[in-house]
Design a binder for this molecule. Structure first.
Ligand SMILES: Cn1cncc1C[C@H](NC(=O)CCN)C(=O)O
Ligand SMILES: [Zn+2]
Ligand SMILES: [Zn+2]
Length: 484
């Protein structure tokens, strides 16, 4: 699949050598960062302290690199239960401001998903462990590894006393896994300040679609996340003493959740497909070009059968059609054993991944109307409350922009192959904010492989991806300067 990479342009050769020679230091740095339990999802003071520590460690490192660093206070987060927790600061940093150079801004996040050894990790998730060239640890690929790769690339130029080919800015947050809380306000505030001189944005917060072939990402789905609460009263009932005379909240909720999607994955909310962009012939050709071994993908995912049989259909249903997932039920009895309970109040959670040109507030109305409709037909005396907890827009970019060309060249230099041009089925909320609020074009340059297991047990990044990824970023700086 790969021709061997041609030798890098002379100015990069030393940088690549430096990166190879110092790779153990880069791995050690990742180990130190993974050791910080910067979980933004579980609302516990311990994790918040770790998040603050994580941001301080990163700010300190950027400062030592010679960057001008600001840690912006983000206020606090109100949780549904009334609790209030401090939000870790966002780092805004800049290195170099030579008006003849392009300015590239890198976005990354240093918070992580929850991880508990008891969930089936083969090692302590916060202790980076290398096995067969795989660096296991929570946050290794999402997103600490890629953030460090960018910093390592900068530090290689600095260490060699080579002039940085571009001006660099950083925006690094600590609440991405919680939905990028309060970030939008910051973007509004900084659009004519910190971001005013920025030419291009780079994000490296997703994965290739292959284990070996690199990729560039030009689109992500959005997400509208719903809760639907069904309440009879605040306490549970005994099914022996009340069973038979109640409208049970769980029965209502199961019917509501069961009305959302059919067994072929088709969403049953009326009107939901109305605004979905029509498929073009040209577009289908781009999916044909992608290097995806469906059988390998299915097997490594340990799934018996997907809803669709062809590569093109699979890619379209991951990237350019909406999907509805049912996530869970708060208040449901979910422990082992045969408890004869009737839950008094339950909250169902589901979300719809959004694609161009779906509109968040339209989806909110359609879903609410649909659930009210289904509920009213049940003649239940319970109370139902529907609310949209998150409304994150889809994002799609023009792949002819300069930084796409630079990224392609950088990948060719390092890997000797053209990247897969991919979209991503998940959501990176800030991408659309850069486009809509700051009016800057984003390129996503993922570094991790398809089997990295982000958000899952035994998350990892391959040493190869981490180190070659560092070179891709260094080459990207160089190519940006050539094209500017
Ligand atoms: C928190 N949240 C709720 N709705 C969407 C999100 C973002 C989350 N983002 C990722 O996973 C990035 C993966 N590279 C997701 O898409 O689920
Ligand atoms: Zn991430
Ligand atoms: Zn994530």
């Amino acid at each position: 699949m790969f021709s061997s990479p041609s030798p890098p342009p002379a100015p990069l050769e030393k940088v690549f050598q430096y990166i190879d020679l110092h790779q153990d230091e880069f791995v050690q740095m990742l180990k130190e960062w993974v050791a910080i339990e910067s979980d933004s999802v579980q609302p516990m003071p311990h994790f918040r302290q770790e998040l603050f520590r994580m941001m301080a460690v990163a700010a300190d490192m950027l400062q030592r690199l010679g960057a001008h660093v600001a840690s912006v206070d983000m206020g606090s987060q109100q949780l549904p239960d009334g609790q209030s927790l401090p939000i870790p600061p966002v780092i805004l940093a800049e290195l170099g401001n030579d008006s003849t150079k392009a300015t590239v801004c890198f976005y990354g996040h240093l918070d992580v998903q929850p991880a508990d050894r008891a969930d089936g990790w083969l090692m302590d998730p916060y202790m980076l462990t290398e096995v067969d060239g795989k660096l296991y640890g929570r946050g290794a690929t999402d997103n600490k590894g890629p953030v460090l790769a960018w910093i390592n690339a900068v530090s290689a130029f600095r260490a060699l006393e080579q002039d940085l080919p571009v001006n660099i800015k950083f925006i690094i947050e600590g609440m991405e896994e919680a939905g990028s809380v309060a970030l939008e306000e910051l973007m509004e505030k900084e659009k004519d300040r910190f971001f005013s001189g920025v030419d291009y944005i780079v994000i490296s917060d997703n994965l290739w679609i292959s284990q070996r072939k690199p990729a560039i990402t030009y689109g992500t789905r959005g997400n509208s996340y719903f809760t639907v609460e069904v309440k009879c009263r605040d306490q549970d009932f005994h099914s022996g003493t009340f069973g038979g005379i109640l409208h049970e909240p769980m029965a209502d909720l199961v019917a509501l959740l069961g009305s959302l999607v059919d067994s072929s994955g088709h969403i049953l909310v009326p009107g939901i497909y109305d605004e979905v962009a029509p498929v073009t012939e040209e577009e289908i050709n781009t999916y044909k070009a992608i290097d995806l071994d469906l059988e390998e993908y299915r097997n490594s995912s340990q799934v018996a059968k997907f809803l669709f049989d062809t590569k093109e259909e699979i890619l379209m249903h991951l990237w350019r059609y909406p999907s509805l997932s049912i996530h869970g039920i708060e208040g449901a009895f979910d422990e082992p054993g045969a408890k004869t309970v009737i839950p008094g109040r339950v909250i169902g959670k589901f979300s719809i991944r959004l694609v161009p040109h779906m509109n968040v507030s339209m989806v909110e109305k359609q879903v609410t109307r649909h659930l009210e409709d289904v509920f009213s037909k049940r003649n239940s005396s319970n109370e139902m409350v529907v609310s949209m907890a998150l409304g994150l827009h889809p994002w799609i970019a023009n792949i002819n922009n300069t930084h796409y060309i630079a990224a392609k060249r950088a990948i060719r230099t390092v890997f000797g192959t053209d990247p897969d041009m991919i979209r991503d089925g998940s959501t990176i909320p800030i991408a659309k904010m850069f486009q809509e609020i700051v009016h800057k074009s984003v390129v996503m340059i993922p570094l991790g492989a398809v089997d990295d297991g982000e958000h899952s047990q035994n998350e990892k990044i391959n040493r190869w991806n981490y180190i070659e990824g560092t070179k891709v970023f260094a080459a990207f700086f160089f190519e940006m300067a050539q094209l500017h």
